[in-house]
Design a protein around this ligand. Structure first.
Ligand SMILES: [Zn+2]
Length: 115
C-alpha cells in the first residue's frame, strides 16, 4: 500500500465540507480519523494532521489487505507474500517505509484469521 503526504483526499476527510459522492469514499478515512482522534487532534498544525492521517490510513489499509481471503489463502498455500506500507513525499521524491510489514497470519488478530 502506498499513500502520499499532503493528500487532498485526506485533507478533505479532516474537514466537514460536502463533497458529494466522494464523501462515501472519505468515510473510510474518517473511520481512521475517528480511531486515532486523540493523536491527530494533538498535532499543532493542519499540515501535520494531514500527513499523520496519510500514514495512519496506509497502516490501516495494510491491515485490511492482510485480512483478505486472497492474502490469507496465499499464506496457507505456502506463498511468501508481504504487505508493505509506504508513503511517498512529493517534496523530496522519497518513498518512506512505515515499517508495518505483514507477512504472515500470526501478525493479524486471530478474530480475522481464516482457517
Ligand atoms: Zn492523494
Amino acid at each position: 500500500m502506498t499513500g502520499h503526504y499532503n493528500c487532498g483526499g485526506i485533507r478533505a476527510a479532516l474537514g466537514d465540507t460536502d463533497h458529494g459522492q466522494i464523501d462515501n469514499w472519505l468515510a473510510y478515512i474518517k473511520d481512521v480519523l475517528k480511531d486515532n482522534h486523540a493523536e491527530i487532534s494533538a498535532l499543532p498544525t493542519e499540515q501535520e494532521q494531514v500527513d499523520r492521517l496519510c500514514e495512519l490510513n496506509v497502516i490501516c489499509q495494510v491491515s485490511n489487505v492482510a485480512k483478505t481471503s486472497i492474502i490469507q489463502n496465499a499464506w496457507r498455500k505456502g506463498r511468501e507474500v508481504t504487505v508493505h506500507g509506504w508513503v511517498y513525499d512529493l517534496k523530496d521524491g522519497l518513498l518512506r517505509d512505515l515499517k508495518v510489514d505483514i507477512s504472515g497470519p500470526d501478525q493479524i488478530h486471530e478474530a480475522f484469521r481464516i482457517k
